[in-house]
Design a protein around this ligand. Structure first.
Ligand SMILES: Nc1ncnc2c1ncn2[C@@H]1O[C@H](COP(=O)(O)OP(=O)(O)OP(=O)(O)O)[C@@H](O)[C@H]1O
Ligand SMILES: [Mg+2]
Length: 240
């Protein structure tokens, strides 16, 4: 990209586009965990995450979910609709893993039926504290109707993604999504990738997501690559 990024996140860089109302999102190879304390560069990771994100944005669009995705420009770069991001991480948990097991007396792997939705307030300086509906409304982030709409859409996204993974031998344990607004509409934004989901192989129980990196459980890139191969029909993407 020739110009300065508008925003440089931990894993993606966002650039202005010549097209008004659109942005360019580049998935970098940087990987971080534990609030940015652990950091590495894994050559090719950005390509895998971009491919899976683009694939799921299109899959969700084809099932009636409005997303920011416009098109890919190269294997790690996508054009998206520019959104006023809502500073919430919307987390769906189908099984207990990660922070919810540390904070509450759940057993690792315990099934949540119905799924549990948790929202965190995106604020790095405050370490993204958990938030609830009343605080969201008191902060004027969303009104009641918008919160309800986001929950409904989130559960539908969970149904679609869970079914897709299940058919391919993978359990969607949990995932994080972000929404944003444009012209009165709320769209799914950001990414849907191995950095933002917990995925367990249904047969072996093996992690196929960022937990491989967090807990040094093996070759992160090969785990991400196996997800790509199983999820994207006929994937033949490059490295780079
Ligand atoms: N369609 C969009 N319009 C505007 N901003 C977007 C859009 N989609 C995603 N973003 C924002 O772009 C940034 C992507 O960068 P990245 O995910 O690497 O950030 P990060 O390090 O995780 O930090 P953050 O805590 O801000 O997400 C995020 O801040 C995300 O909210
Ligand atoms: Mg992010």
């Amino acid at each position: 990209m020739n110009s300065e990024p508008l925003y440089e996140g931990k894993a993606k860089s966002v650039y202005r586009s010549e097209q008004p109302g659109e942005l360019i999102v580049r998935f970098r190879d940087d990987i971080t965990a534990f609030d940015g304390e652990k950091k590495d560069v894994l050559s090719g990771k950005g390509v895998f995450n971009a491919a899976v994100s683009a694939f799921f944005f299109e899959h969700l669009e084809s099932h009636g979910i409005a997303t920011h995705f416009v098109r890919m420009v190269d294997e790690r770069t996508m054009i998206v609709r520019e959104l006023a991001m809502i500073p919430l991480e919307v987390i769906v948990r189908n099984r207990a893993a990660g922070s919810i097991v540390r904070r509450y007396p759940f057993a690792e792997g315990q099934v949540f039926d119905p799924p549990v939705i948790v929202m965190d307030f995106k604020d790095d300086a405050r370490h993204d504290p958990m938030i609830n509906d009343d605080i969201i409304m008191a902060l004027d982030l969303l009104n009641r109707e918008e919160i309800d709409a986001i929950r409904k859409t989130t559960l539908e996204i969970n149904r679609l993604l869970s079914a897709y993974f299940r058919e391919r031998g993978i359990t969607l344990v949990d995932f994080k999504i972000e929404f944003g607004k444009v012209g009165g509409a709320i769209l799914l934004g950001d990414e849907i990738s191995m950095d933002s989901m917990r995925l367990w192989d249904r047969e072996t129980g093996e992690s196929l997501d960022k937990d491989v990196y967090r807990f040094d459980r093996g070759d992160v890139l090969s785990a991400y690559g196996r997800v790509v191969q199983r999820i994207i029909p006929g994937y033949s993407g490059g490295r780079g």
